[in-house]
Design a protein around this ligand. Structure first.
Ligand SMILES: Cc1cc2nc3c(=O)[nH]c(=O)nc-3n(C[C@H](O)[C@H](O)[C@H](O)COP(=O)(O)O)c2cc1C
Length: 187
């Protein structure tokens, strides 16, 4: 069984209520999971952070370290940002670092870390032209972006089904990125 490390990053969208199930699925696939949350997502899950730390066996991270502080996490083999909001997606594509998880993935582009992103945006957010631009820009950077057929399909406003967020597709893509990395001899 692999002991590869998956950084699972989540932004503030309703599917995060079900992140424990995604973590358990990733662990069943052999991943060591480290959970990172945007500050808003961490606030939404504030009553569950202890349980999520117990589940992953690592601190849940959402804030930048102070200079000189150790990370406490192993290095990632793959980073999966799901769900990623329009806010965090656009910041990532533009190279902005407004939150710790977005800062990590912006830097990880330069490091060549294999990454997967699956947005969670409704049709109104998706209609903003920057969203398509961000998806295209991230794909050009080598990020696997699961958006459209075979990934996240934007729902009409008010008709989201958070429990049906397809985490398994993001984990399938993370598994694939790991296998590609191993085949490329970088593992
Ligand atoms: C109840 C609720 C549901 C939301 N759902 C979404 C969503 O599905 N997608 C999205 O992009 N933003 C959604 N938002 C807005 C984000 O939470 C907001 O843009 C936030 O600033 C994102 O910050 P983050 O990217 O740092 O997590 C929602 C907000 C609320 C209050």
């Amino acid at each position: 069984m692999t002991t590869s490390t998956l950084y699972l990053f989540c932004a503030a969208a309703p599917p995060i209520d079900y992140v424990a199930g995604a973590i358990e699925d990733a662990q069943a696939r052999g991943w060591t999971v480290c959970l990172g949350l945007t500050p808003t997502a961490a606030d939404w899950l504030r009553d569950h952070l202890g349980g999520l730390e117990a589940l992953t066996g690592h601190p849940v991270r959402s804030a930048y370290r102070r200079p000189g502080e150790e990370s406490m996490w192993p290095a990632p083999d793959v980073i999966c940002f799901a769900p990623v909001t329009a806010n965090s997606l656009n910041a990532w594509a533009l190279g902005l670092t407004p939150s710790w998880p977005v800062g990590v993935v912006v830097e990880a582009v330069g490091k060549g870390t294999p990454m997967v992103a699956m947005p969670c945006v409704n049709q109104a957010l998706a209609a903003h032209p920057q969203v398509d631009r961000s998806v295209a820009a991230l794909r050009e950077m080598g990020v696997t972006v699961l958006y459209g057929e075979g990934g996240w399909v934007p729902n009409p406003s008010g008709q989201g089904r958070p429990s049906a967020y397809p985490w398994h597709l993001a984990l399938d893509a993370a598994d694939l990125r790991l296998r590609q990395r191993e085949a490329d001899g970088q593992a």
